[in-house]
Design a protein around this ligand. Structure first.
Ligand code: GLC
Length: 532
């Protein structure tokens, strides 16, 4: 079943990112799975999201949590089967929840049959032309073909026993595909069709800025040792392996495929590029529908940084005639509770930032567990960390991938799996007992209920997902935004309480991210939606 009716659903959709490995474990092996997702769809319906985006669940050695795909048309047995996928998407659509899947086109797994065939076939073969193989520099080719560095640290090239090198912008287990090869392009058009035929509502395109490399693979001329990272994720310098003009041809090939299906099938770009202007080039009627707005996620909890990013993002949206997206957390960054200071302060700020985000025009992406106010787990034992970046850079993304706490106690794995299940694949902190979904269910002030209330109000006021942002006069540390007629959002980022009356506002509080003062004042680090 496909959800028909509104092809523009994505413009103001609230999309919930599921990291399948860590969401819910139906078969009790300690790893989340698609039946686990299916079993929690009623929870997501009650939360009030419009769509889910699933991080990769495809066949994979999980060298990078599944962003190393060995079969793009099948489900890894740890996550279930294609039959489980069909049941999950059928139930989701039955509940009116759309489903976006992750597409990983920049690289495959080294276990992919095409890479294995390339290794076996040897230099100069058509099989090697599926990937980026090259000869090394130096007298006997002992140096890599250029100075490119992996995003996970170390050189982006690995040498094979036969002397050739292959490119991997990420881990060595993730060889880059050669998008200059028409067969690679045809393969991915076919993969798109495979999942569209199975009913998916869209694709989140992984490393959407990566597939095309500059002609001749020129060196960058700068290494991380000299100047931080070689490729800053949001730096303003173009590197020869990211954001090349040629990537846009790929999206122009894909768009007619998406458009040929009914119901509004979309593409959303994960593109870390220098400026909102460059990001805007990925979006529009001929390319993808949306791109993640990472500037918002990376902004400090400061009135000025939020305001600057919001203005820039809206200007960019205007440029392409498509609404922007907002995101505060995902599977690659520290959860926003922790980024904003951790502990009580972090949680208070995270809740305020969420209310700000959900009042902005465009679509919002939530990351599983943020509705429970989960912090980053910072004290995982090193030997349990699985992020391939950890060994190379000391930075680890495991702390935001800890299995979700649904109920009960830590000895029960917080009911991540059924009774008697194996321990969750990463250990959960005992302190999460107060943060489980069950513990928050009936607590009116819980973060879970804050999200539910905000999403309900957003549904009741469809205009909140669109329209303009009008900044009202306010002190420097307070954001006051007039939204659809009748709704004002106040975010108090200053150290002391403010009252709406100070800005000439009177009205009914609809929802606030924390308790208001007895006099209706908004405490520090608190946001309020006011009906005026
Ligand atoms: C994207 C994913 C990240 C992954 C990388 C390589 O940035 O979000 O998790 O490690 O691509 O596929």
């Amino acid at each position: 079943m496909t959800i028909l009716g509104n092809d523009d659903w994505w413009r103001d959709a609230v999309v919930y990112q599921v990291y399948p490995r860590s969401f819910a474990d139906a078969d009790g092996d300690g790893t989340g799975d698609l039946q686990g997702v299916r079993s929690r769809l009623p929870y997501l319906k009650a939360l009030g999201v419009d769509a889910i985006w699933l991080s990769p669940f495809y066949t994979s050695p999980l060298a990078d949590g599944g962003y190393d795909v060995a079969d793009y048309r099948d489900v890894d047995p740890r996550f279930g089967s294609l039959g489980d996928f069909d049941q999950m998407i059928g139930d989701a659509h039955g509940l009116g929840i759309r489903v976006i899947v992750d597409l990983v086109p920049n690289h495959s797994s080294d276990a992919h049959p095409r890479f294995q065939a390339a290794l076996a076939a040897g230099p100069g073969s058509p099989e090697r032309d599926w990937y980026m193989f090259g000869e090394g520099l130096g007298e006997s080719g002992e140096l890599p073909p250029n100075d490119w560095e992996s995003i996970f640290g170390g050189p982006a090239w690995t040498r094979l026993p036969d002397g050739q090198w292959y490119l991997h912008l990420f881990a060595p287990e993730q060889p880059d595909l050669n998008w200059e090869n028409p067969e690679v392009r045809a393969e991915f058009r076919d993969i798109l069709t495979f999942w569209l035929d199975r009913g998916v509502d869209g694709f989140r395109v992984d490393v959407a800025h990566g597939m095309i490399k500059a002609e001749g693979l020129p060196s960058v001329g700068r290494s991380s040792d000299e100047d931080g990272r070689q490729a800053e994720m949001l730096g303003d310098e173009l590197v020869p392996y990211f954001d090349q003009d040629g990537v846009h041809d790929i999206y122009r090939e894909w768009r007619p495929i998406l458009d040929s299906y009914p119901g509004g099938r979309i593409g959303v770009a994960e593109a870390w590029v220098a400026t909102p202007e460059r990001l805007a080039r990925y979006i529009g009627t001929e390319e993808l529908h949306q791109a993640f707005n990472f500037d918002f996620m990376m902004a400090d909890f400061h009135a000025k940084s939020f305001r600057t990013v919001i203005d820039r993002s809206l200007a960019e949206a205007e440029l392409v005639g498509a609404p922007t997206t907002w995101v505060l957390s995902n599977h690659d960054k520290w959860r926003h509770v922790t980024r904003y200071g951790d502990g009580e302060t972090g949680l208070r700020r995270a809740r305020a930032a969420t209310l700000l985000m959900l009042a902005l025009p465009g679509s919002a992406y939530l990351y599983n567990g943020e509705e429970l106010g989960l912090p980053e787990v910072l004290d995982l034992p090193d030997e349990l960390r699985e992020d391939p970046a950890f060994l190379r850079t000391g930075e680890s993304r495991d702390g935001c991938r800890v299995p979700l706490p649904w109920g009960g106690t830590v000895t029960e794995g917080f009911r991540f799996g059924p009774t008697g299940a194996a321990r969750p694949w990463l250990p959960q902190p005992a302190s999460w007992e107060l943060l489980t979904a069950d513990a928050q269910e009936d607590a009116p002030d819980s973060t879970l209920n804050l999200y539910r209330t905000a999403l309900r109000i957003r549904r009741e006021h469809p205009a909140l997902g669109g329209g303009q942002v009008k900044w009202l006069d306010s002190p420097e540390d307070v954001l006051v935004i007039a939204r659809e007629p009748g709704l004002v959002v106040v975010v108090n980022i200053s150290d002391s309480p403010v009252t709406p009356a100070e800005f000439g506002l009177t009205g009914e509080p609809l929802v606030s991210s924390g308790p208001l003062g007895a006099d209706g004042s908004i405490p520090a680090d608190t946001a309020l939606w006011l009906a005026v």
